[in-house]
Design a binder for this molecule. Sequence first.
Ligand code: ATP
Length: 217
Amino acid sequence: MRVGIFGGTFDPVHLGHMIIAEQVVEEMRLDKVLFVPGGIPPHKAASSVRASAEDRCEMVHAAVEKNDRFEVDRIEIDAGRAMHTVETVPLLKEKHPENEWFFVTGADEVSNLLTWKEPDRLLEEVVMVAATRPGSDLSKLDHLEAGLRNFDRIFPVECSRVDISATGIRRRILQGKSVRYMVPEGVYEIIKEKKLYVGDLRRQRTEEGEPLKEGSA
Ligand code: ATP
């Protein structure tokens, strides 16, 4: 099987995530995508993650339930601590070493790959699929070529441009605006029912202004 690992904070999971997962499955002929919600991600300030790990995980379950190719893996949530991708990937692979493994991520995030922990070792473990948007400049990845031995293990896939981010969704909720149709229906229901992301707008602004910690995924 050809299996993609899709790691993220998913705070909350949204249609941008669902669309790139679907289109990467198609372009890379993947049999399955494992959505792997992170504990506290190493590259984000702990206070910037708003929903609990369990709530984020429940939302990802709701998002994937109608797609036979999509699954959720709790490995990082159950670890209960920050994990770097290079640590998570071999643990997922060892359950099924016979599979071909891919790591799905947004091209913008791939452009920061040199700040990740041991990027060359990660690229030995998986083919990195960089989901791009039409018109987005692939030359943004050019600088990686000089810094990585395994640059040829990065595979750009052109995806539909979806201008939705979890940050934007959280901000809209704080402002009392609708996020219906920006997230899968089941996720919308959970957000409403649990009143997620409702809180202090000024605090959120302060937190978004915080510099990201060095050393990312
Ligand atoms: P936040 O706004 O809180 O930083 P996010 O919307 O970027 O969150 P993450 O869970 O951090 O969501 O993202 C997981 C992965 O999905 C990352 O690789 C990111 O680049 C990618 N991604 C997120 N939103 C989009 C989008 N709209 N289009 C393409 N890729 C996306």
